[in-house]
Write a protein of this length. Sequence first.
Length: 237
Amino acid sequence: MKAKVREAINRAINRKELRERIFQGVGDPLHVWAYHAKLPGWNPEWEQKFEEKYGYDPVRAKKLLEEAGYPQGFKTKIVIAPFPGFPETTALGEALFNWLGAIGVQAEIEEMEFIRLREFARTKKAHNIIWPMRTSFTPPLTILGFYNISGPTGRLFTYEDKRIDEKYAQILNASDKAERARLLRDIGDMKFNDYAEVPLVWLPGQVVVNPKVVAEYIFPGNVDAVFTHFEYVKAAR
């Protein structure tokens, strides 16, 4: 997809309504997928400029599609692949379907198992489609290596750019933490300015416990698909 088309898709989505209606107000704004303010590579300018560059504006979105050569919109596919840790995929897909339809993008919804979608991505057949993906409190270097690196080193190919490949290689060869963070930020800037993805909401891992039973549960790892480290659970009595 052209950059203007990616921007149009981003501007078609009402993120505030999405967070309130689908996620019941849970979660924080997501500015660049795979990046978080508490992880290396963060750039505070993304938050400051987000509304200007990504804010909900269906009128502007339609204009962008016209400028990109799609005055009547175009057809695409939204793939729903439910998997552990993200049960809202179906509701999210339906919401995206409606918002995109409002700017002339005719989307077809297709459900498939994530393992099949993963094979599509690995063989570079998942381009020019939309598929919701969960967030993960994982260092950006790891996420980038999975999704944004082209060539033989990538695993699930989504947005690719040779400039990202070059920066990523520099990070792997750098030993200075500040230099690695700067290079990660450079990649994040590329993704942010080129509308690489459609960042929606940062969802935290949530655990509901009975305080009469559980006094403490310190989870030292990443919350993605499952919870582990139950040996750290302390009983209330």
